[in-house]
Design a protein around this ligand. Structure first.
Ligand code: G6Q
Length: 526
């Protein structure tokens, strides 16, 4: 395959400057280098967030060159084009998806609408689904105490992470459960706790043909049949218009998404909407959408100091392409965000785990990092050892809140739990940056572990919407600057095909010698 032509990411003049600057990155561990003034100067504000990046290995020159990179690669104008509905999900000259990318239209109900005709039409359709959902939920109010969401990948991770993050705001008397894995033990564990008669089952599949979801839907339907309950009085579909699941007679209600909503970007659409509005109440769902929409507006700002997702994307590019750091740990100091890193892992790695640019040329620079993480302080008692003293340098993004969600706290040894949580976050951020000198090599910490801190007051539905969109746009901006397609997922499609080949051997529809390697592994299991 041919290499990327001139004019691409590494041909920009900013790239050359950044390459030079990366030869002597700012030394955070040098005594006197990390100062209070630096931290104050390197803090950006937008919406409910403050992003503190004084603990990254950047200087003013680096920041200016990163801003130049954003401008040379047209990052903000590509974001504008995305939100207006231009066709961005495509690889030119090759068979590929050929779609607009319009998850922002799913929440564009609060003023400042984007003017593109595709975006406007998408917004009207999304709003109609929201109205339909409101009517539906008030019609069935009282009938259901529980909701089970059946879906996988983008039809599970984001919605589940958001619901878990906002359980402090859940509607009284409503419970939400999730079945995603085709491992039958996943469904068994959930179903054993439920009164099926009082349960709504929301099957979410954009394609309507994901094997895991089809199988789990059948498994749950069989439970209803065995209990002499009619599935069509309990099951709700969320799917793409015209998909194999678009069969309203099988369902109590059907809600729709469209091809311009990618799975991992679908949490604000009906994919997350039916469950979130049921579990948290319709008003909280709207607050969540309003938060996401407000961050969509911030992502359109030209000034990168005000455009927080762009700023985060640039810092990520500095760490990935110039300091050559292969992994990114995202560590929320918030138990509510316990599954959020898993969602971001998909959002980032599925979007930017690409090796060709938008014209099909092999890229000769690094694209998306490996994303991982767990909430603090728990992580401090496990993998932080390697981050502090291991042989790999790991970039980190911390997320924290000054106030609790439940408002229940205790003063112990002079401080509250929340104060302890935040103190740990800030102490780790500084310790990782400056390290520790010691004559004892075992107690020596090199520092220069670059990290940033994203802070807000409290994680409520509005802030959750902001946070979700902040990361969606951070990932999209990186893809725009690398000139890759962040919106397709051939690797996922391949996985879907491969399993079918082995299943055909198992059910006798194909001979063992049609897939000898798979059959050899299969024989090991017998
Ligand atoms: C997301 C991916 C993938 C997808 C699942 C479920 O961007 O495409 O994770 O969401 O494979 O797909 P369905 O919603 O079509 O069942």
């Amino acid at each position: 395959m041919s290499q990327s032509p001139t004019g691409s990411f590494q041909q920009t003049s900013a790239y050359k400057k950044l390459e030079d600057l990366a030869k002597t990155p700012f030394d955070l561990a040098q005594e006197g280098n990390l100062t209070a003034d630096r931290i104050n100067a390197m803090t950006a504000h937008a919406g409910p967030f403050k992003l503190s990046f004084g603990t990254e290995r950047v200087t003013e020159d680096v920041m200016n060159s990163l801003f130049e990179l954003a401008s040379e690669t047209g990052a903000v104008s590509k974001m504008q084009r995305m939100q207006m509905g231009d066709i961005l999900n495509q690889i030119e000259g090759y068979e590929s998806e050929n779609r607009a990318v319009l998850h922002t239209a799913m929440r564009d109900f609060f003023g400042n609408q984007q003017t593109g005709p595709r975006a406007a039409q998408a917004m009207v359709l999304a709003k109609a689904e929201c109205e339909k959902l409101k009517t539906f939920l008030s019609k069935v109010d009282g009938r259901f105490t529980d909701l089970v969401l059946v879906g996988i990948g983008g039809s599970d991770l984001g919605p589940r992470a958001i619901y878990m993050a906002l359980q402090a705001y859940k509607k009284k008397g409503k419970r939400v459960h999730f079945i995603s894995n085709v491992d039958p033990d996943d469904a068994a564990l959930v179903l054993e706790t439920l009164n099926l008669d009082k349960t709504m089952v929301v099957v979410v599949s954009k394609s309507g043909n994901t094997l895991e979801t089809q199988t789990n839907e059948e498994l749950v339907r069989e439970r209803y049949n065995k209990a002499h309950l009619k599935p069509e009085n309990h099951f709700v579909a969320v799917t793409g218009k015209g998909s194999p699941m678009d069969n309203p007679s099988n369902y109590l209600a059907s809600f729709y998404i469209w091809d311009y909503i990618g799975g991992r970007y679908s949490a604000t659409s009906m994919v997350g909407g039916v469950m979130l509005a049921f579990g948290l109440g319709f008003d909280n769902y709207m607050e969540f959408l309003r938060g996401a929409h407000d961050m969509d507006q911030i992502a359109l700002q030209d000034d990168p100091k005000k455009n927080l997702p762009l700023l985060a994307a640039l810092l990520g590019i500095w760490n990935r392409n110039f300091l050559k750091l292969p992994t990114l740990a995202i560590i929320p100091y918030s138990q509510a965000l316990v599954r959020f890193t898993a969602h971001l892992q998909q959002c980032d790695m599925e979007s930017n785990g690409k090796h060709i640019d938008k014209s099909g040329h092999e890229v000769d620079f690094h694209t998306g990092p490996i994303v991982w993480g767990e909430p603090g302080t728990n992580g401090q008692h496990s993998f932080y050892q390697l981050i502090h003293q291991g042989t790999d340098t790991i970039a980190l993004e911390f997320i924290g809140f000054t106030e609790t969600q439940y408002g229940q706290d205790l003063k112990f040894k002079g401080t509250t739990c929340q104060e302890k949580l935040i103190a740990n976050l800030l102490a780790q951020s500084i310790a990782l940056a400056i390290g520790q000198k010691s004559d004892n090599p075992n107690k020596r910490f090199c520092g220069n572990r670059p990290n940033s801190v994203l802070l807000a007051k409290r994680l409520d539905p509005y802030v959750m919407g902001n946070l979700l969109a902040y990361y969606e746009h951070k990932v999209a901006f990186q893809g725009f600057m690398w000139n890759i397609n962040s919106f397709d997922q051939e690797g996922v499609q391949l996985g879907k095909l491969l399993a079918t080949k082995i299943l055909d051997v198992i059910n006798g529809q194909a001979k063992q010698d049609s897939f000898t390697l798979g059959s050899a592994l299969l024989n090991l299991m017998m």
